[in-house]
Design a protein around this ligand. Structure first.
Ligand code: PEP
Ligand code: MN
Length: 347
């Protein structure tokens, strides 16, 4: 059950509800959003019903929710949400492209990749500075030096930055440079990290764990929401199956399934799904057709020399075909490619 407080509700109104819930033997989780506060109730629903919470001051609505994830469910919020990343929308009606290098290597490589991203129709720049590598001997990313490069490239190109954070202790540092915090597949059930990004004032891109069910993925999103941050975008990036022809298996049905269960936008990563450059275009087309709200794509000026994931990075030669697909296909489905920010809006 969820209690939605009215915008004018004050602290005393909220505390009164929490006390009542406790008196009924339940637990109350208070999530403070920018415009309103939501209280998630855990416990005996019949006991809560008897409290008649709707009659208390400051309460705007009480919603009974049957799924285990509450704040991110469509039972709580029926219409699909639009999440803004430094002003760039991700959600229904648009297709938003995020592109850039898997890993920030040098200033020149990142700027060139950002220019490629723009040519492919991207309105947001991706790039990892903290890399969650399977091998401890693999390149772990440039850390803060990489974040600084991303900020410089943002200043040069006007593209807001999406970058990964891999531990709770770095959330403040990464937030001070990034426009959106990425939680990777390997971190999807790092609950301390989910809570830390849930307390951050930045939108979050939550990738699906490679072994996670859709429900587990939505529960991970709930951890973030429960800390008061509802600016979450879900990203399907392929799951582990018996198939070895591709790096992961893109679960295309997860797009409409997650969109029906949750109000959060759902995007697709065709690069990490297939793990092969030649699959990025067909998987991107499939994602658009399935209704994905966006794409996140690896590009690199010299993939053969890339420090990470060169096999799946698009080169300059592949960009125009992708640019064409992201411009033309969404229109067939009544949607539009999200344009880059106007220079005047970049602050
Ligand atoms: C990435 O996007 O750079 C990345 C590491 O992706 P994933 O977490 O999906 O493997
Ligand atoms: Mn990668």
């Amino acid at each position: 059950m969820v209690v939605v407080m009215a915008p004018e509700a004050d602290q005393a109104d909220i505390e009164a509800i929490v006390r009542l819930v406790h008196s009924a033997g339940g637990e109350a989780f208070v999530s403070r959003g920018v415009s309103r506060t939501i209280i998630g109730l855990v416990g005996d629903v019949d006991q809560f019903g008897a409290l008649n919470l709707r009659s208390y001051p400051g309460v705007s609505d009480v919603v009974r929710i049957s799924v285990p994830y509450k704040l991110v469910s469509r039972e709580h919020h029926a219409s699909r949400s639009v999440i803004r990343v430094a002003g760039v929308p991700i959600g229904p009606g648009t297709l938003t492209v995020i592109a850039g290098p898997c890993t920030v290597e040098t200033a020149e490589q990142t700027l060139t990749a950002a220019r490629m991203a723009q040519a492919a129709g991207a309105s947001l720049l991706r790039g990892g500075a903290f890399k969650p590598r399977t091998s401890p001997y693999a390149f772990q990313g440039l850390g803060e030096v990489g974040l600084r490069i991303l900020a410089d490239v943002r200043a040069e190109t006007g593209l807001p930055v999406v970058t990964e954070v891999i531990d709770p202790a770095s959330v403040d540092l990464v937030s001070s440079y990034a426009d959106m915090l990425q939680v990777g597949t390997r971190s999807m059930q790092n609950f301390a990290l989910l809570q830390a990004v849930g307390s951050a004032a930045k939108p979050v891109l939550l990738k699906r764990g490679m072994n996670a069910t859709v429900e587990e993925w939505l529960m991970a999103a709930e951890y973030i929401a429960q800390r008061g941050n509802l600016d979450i975008v879900l990203c399907e990036r392929g799951i582990r199956t018996f198939e070895t022809a591709t790096r992961n298996t893109l679960d295309i049905s997860a797009v409409p399934v997650a969109q029906r269960l949750s109000h959060l936008p759902v995007i697709v990563d065709p690069s990490h799904s297939g793990g092969r450059r030649d699959l990025v275009l067909p998987l991107s087309r499939a994602a658009i057709a399935a209704g994905a709200d966006g794409l996140i794509i690896d590009v690199h000026p010299h993939p053969a020399a890339a420090m990470c994931d060169g096999d799946q990075a698009l080169t300059g030669d592949d960009i125009s075909e992708l640019g064409e697909a992201v411009k033309t296909l969404p229109q067939l489905l009544g949607r539009q490619l999200t344009p880059p920010l106007e220079p005047a809006m970049i602050g």
